[in-house]
Design a protein around this ligand. Structure first.
Ligand code: FMN
Length: 200
């Protein structure tokens, strides 16, 4: 059995024409080369969760969820750590990402999450990141210190359509993944030693 940490990289935007898969594939590739992680790239568009929370689906591990909800539950459950990649929508996170977070409870618990954000404005999605730092503790999930932000991302493409800022952020990506790996391992051992108390 591989002793690598299982890392889920989550593409948090689902709109037509979205930019999200580009930074998500970038960080997923760096994570795959890092040595510490086995990477699962999760696209919330493919996850295709039902539009409305139902009693049957809520907190999937405790109920009898529908196929899509169960499939994403399994992938989140398997993960020891997460990277959430998201654009900023109206000073916050996209509804699709919040919906996916709200659908689950135990899948997120006692695990670390790193944030990669981007936005049209100079802040690089920092408002979205701050909202995630407010939301995730409610799921008993630790948002780690190091993060990546791409401000005004649309200004940084070359004539071949390639994003030119990735190389600048590679050292920060390595720092972020080093920290995520440390927390991932520490919390994985802690979960094994002592089950997380029930939330309610
Ligand atoms: C509905 C909507 C609201 C947005 N609000 C903000 C914002 O508050 N701050 C910002 O920096 N960019 C904002 N933007 C720009 C997005 O961050 C940018 O388009 C980004 O590419 C969105 O991610 P996506 O391409 O993966 O969907 C907004 C875009 C949309 C579609």
């Amino acid at each position: 059995m591989s002793d690598k940490l299982k890392l889920a990289v989550i593409i948090g935007t689902t709109r037509e024409g979205r930019w999200g898969p580009v930074p998500a594939k970038w960080i997923a590739e760096i994570a795959a080369q890092h040595g510490e992680f086995e990477v699962d790239l999760i696209d919330l568009l493919d996850a295709d969760l039902p539009q409305h929370l139902t009693e049957q689906d809520m907190w999937a591990t405790e109920g009898d969820p529908s196929a899509q909800v169960a499939a994403l539950s399994e992938r989140l459950h398997r993960a020891d750590a997460f990277v959430v990649v998201t654009g900023e929508y109206n000073m916050s996170i996209p509804a699709a990402l919040k919906h996916a977070i709200d659908y689950y409870m135990n899948e997120w618990a006692a695990k670390p999450v790193a944030l990669v954000t981007y936005g049209g404005k100079i802040t690089g999605g920092q408002h979205a990141a701050q909202h995630l730092r407010q939301v995730f503790p409610e799921l008993r999930t630790l948002t780690i210190r190091n993060s990546i932000a791409f401000p005004r991302f649309y200004q940084h493409f070359n004539e071949n359509g390639e994003f030119t800022k990735f190389a600048d952020e590679e050292p920060a990506a390595k720092n972020m993944l080093d920290e995520l790996g440390w927390w991932g391992r520490a919390l994985s051992e802690a979960r094994e030693a002592t089950p997380m108390p029930a939330p309610f």
